[in-house]
Design a protein around this ligand. Structure first.
Ligand SMILES: [Zn+2]
Length: 531
């Protein structure tokens, strides 16, 4: 039986950007768009051109993606023509493949929020869809508050959807804007809509206010809808949007959906899903949800006990899907095979292949586990892992010692009478028999320490000239006064390589020092510097 095509529409960069505390830069948005594109998402809704400078800049030029880059905006305002509404004009000028127009579909909102007539709202939908079509854009109409509108006045809600469809909108998207609709209601209402508009022109946009956005999306698909809108990790205002990271594997791996539908996500892309999910958290500088379905660190973790050996022998008996399918890992006990094979695979990847029965494999595994329990994050810090492994194998030359450092922060009034905070670092290192002392001032204490450390490495200085710190992230691991600080530093060099190092300590300067040292030593090893 031929499978039907089901389309995925991501709005992480538009609806997801409404999340409290989320503030994407243009570079963030482009990086996330690329992640989504590589995943095989059909539509990437990247923002609201004209509403803010970042989104306007994003849509000012063509962005090469396989996905259809989609611009979001409003239908024309009541009482204006489409060509005389600056918001709509800006939207239609955006360099986008598709345009998603949002319109009211609840009669109550038309009267109270728009202060216009039902007829004028329908005319606005028709005119705006036509104007976007005339510009050669694929058109989607988001019917805001569709489900509440349908419950209050089904005839009018459907009339809004039909108006858009009749005038050529590719998709009519039914939005559960306040997230309060339940799955059985979604199934019934979407079924009623699909009796009047073909389901392969109907989409669902669900919010998670009753924690059923994913279930609501599937209810809509069962009732005939063929486009699902959602976000990575369920990002979105209030309780979030439908989580595509849960929806995608369900569509790919659960037979009821997999037998019936094709989506743009390949098996290979699915195997990178966990990485995509974690990459977004890294970008937002927040901890990944360990308990996230499919991709969370605990999603396939089993505690010691009677199950452990059975899982190793026959994983399918305990796991609803194979973790590798979504790029996740099975987690068992300290002596477990998967941890050992992960370490072996990592060693091979970095060119340190050793015999699988070498006792140092277990020692490295134990060391990684012990340090991760203390707060180190080796999955995120590839270079620190490599150094740890190389040290254990005796493959890191002894380049230099930091005998002591001193970091000082001073607040004072400067010559112009302004209150300023100045940071200064003094570092004393020993290279062979030579003692070197460097002093540097920096924007902050970590910057000062970094500058002082890299100021004079004696004979090794030439190897680190091209070393550059490109990102610095701090996370407090367990709140309160006993908190531990984890610092991740990303570095790059003149060859375009980049790597990440980690430091952990109760003291932020000390954690930063560890990560800085790892970065420098890694660069020396990488450059082939000899001790
Ligand atoms: Zn929304």
């Amino acid at each position: 039986m031929a499978r039907e095509r089901l389309y995925l529409f991501d709005t992480t960069l538009r609806d997801g950007a409404q999340t409290n505390g989320v503030d994407f830069t243009l570079a963030d948005k482009l990086a996330i768009a690329r992640l989504l594109d590589e995943l095989g998402i059909d539509y990437v809704e990247a923002g609201y051109p004209g509403a803010n400078p970042i989104d306007t800049a994003l849509f000012a030029e063509r962005r090469p993606l396989h996905a259809k880059l989609t611009a979001f905006g409003m239908t024309r305002r009541p009482g204006r023509s489409a060509s005389n509404d600056p918001g709509l004009v800006a939207l239609l000028d955006a360099q986008a493949d598709a345009v998603c127009l949002v319109a009211k579909s609840w009669d109550y909102h038309v009267r109270v929020a728009l202060e216009t007539t039902e007829e004028e709202n329908l005319a606005s939908i028709r005119d705006s869809v036509r104007a976007a079509k005339a510009k050669g854009r694929e058109v989607l109409l988001d019917c805001e508050h569709f489900f509440d509108g349908y419950k209050a006045n089904p005839g009018y809600a459907i009339a809004c959807a039909k108006a858009a469809h009749a005038d050529g909108a590719r998709w009519v998207v039914l939005c559960d804007t306040n997230g309060g609709t339940l799955p059985h209601e979604v199934e019934r209402i979407v079924g009623a809509v699909c009796a009047q508009i073909p389901g392969d022109h109907v989409g669902i946009h669900a919010h998670n206010d009753t924690e059923q956005a994913v279930a609501n999306s599937f209810a809509a698909v069962r009732a005939g809808a063929r486009q699902i809108q959602g976000t990575l990790n369920g990002l979105g205002e209030r309780c979030g949007n439908a989580n595509l990271v849960s929806i995608i594997p369900t569509l790919k791996l659960k037979r009821d959906y997999a037998d019936k539908f094709d989506i743009g996500v390949s098996d290979e892309a699915l195997a990178r899903l966990a990485r995509v999910s974690h990459a977004l958290d890294e970008l937002l500088n927040r901890a990944a949800n360990r308990h996230a379905p499919y991709v969370g660190e605990s999603a396939f973790a089993t505690k010691a006990g009677i199950h452990a050996s059975a899982i190793v022998k026959e994983p399918a008996t305990y796991e609803h899907v194979a973790p590798e399918r979504v790029g996740n890992k099975r987690k068992l006990l300290v002596s477990d095979q998967s941890g050992r094979s992960n370490v072996l695979a990592e060693l091979e990847r970095i060119g340190l292949a050793i015999d699988k029965d070498d006792p140092r494999v277990i020692r490295l595994l134990d060391e990684v586990k012990e340090r991760e329990a203390a707060g180190y994050a080796y999955e995120a810090a590839d270079a620190s892992f490599e150094l740890l492994a190389r040290r254990l194998l005796g493959k890191v030359p002894h380049y230099f010692d930091v005998e002591k450092f001193d970091v000082n922060v001073e607040q004072r009034i400067n010559a112009r009478g302004e209150r300023v905070t100045v940071s200064q670092a003094v570092v004393k290192i020993k290279v062979g028999k030579e003692e070197l002392i460097s002093v540097a001032e920096g924007i902050g204490p970590v910057n000062a320490l970094d500058l002082a450390l890299r100021k004079d490495l004696g004979e090794y200085q030439k190897y680190i000239e091209g070393l550059e710190l490109t990102d610095y992230r701090v996370r407090i691991l367990n709140g309160g006064t006993g908190a531990v600080t984890r610092v991740l530093i990303e570095s790059a060099d003149e060859t375009g390589d980049h790597w990440t190092t980690v430091g952990v300590s109760a003291n932020i300067i000390d954690a930063s020092f560890q990560a800085l040292m790892d970065s420098i030593v890694y660069k020396l090893v990488k450059s082939g510097a000899k001790a």
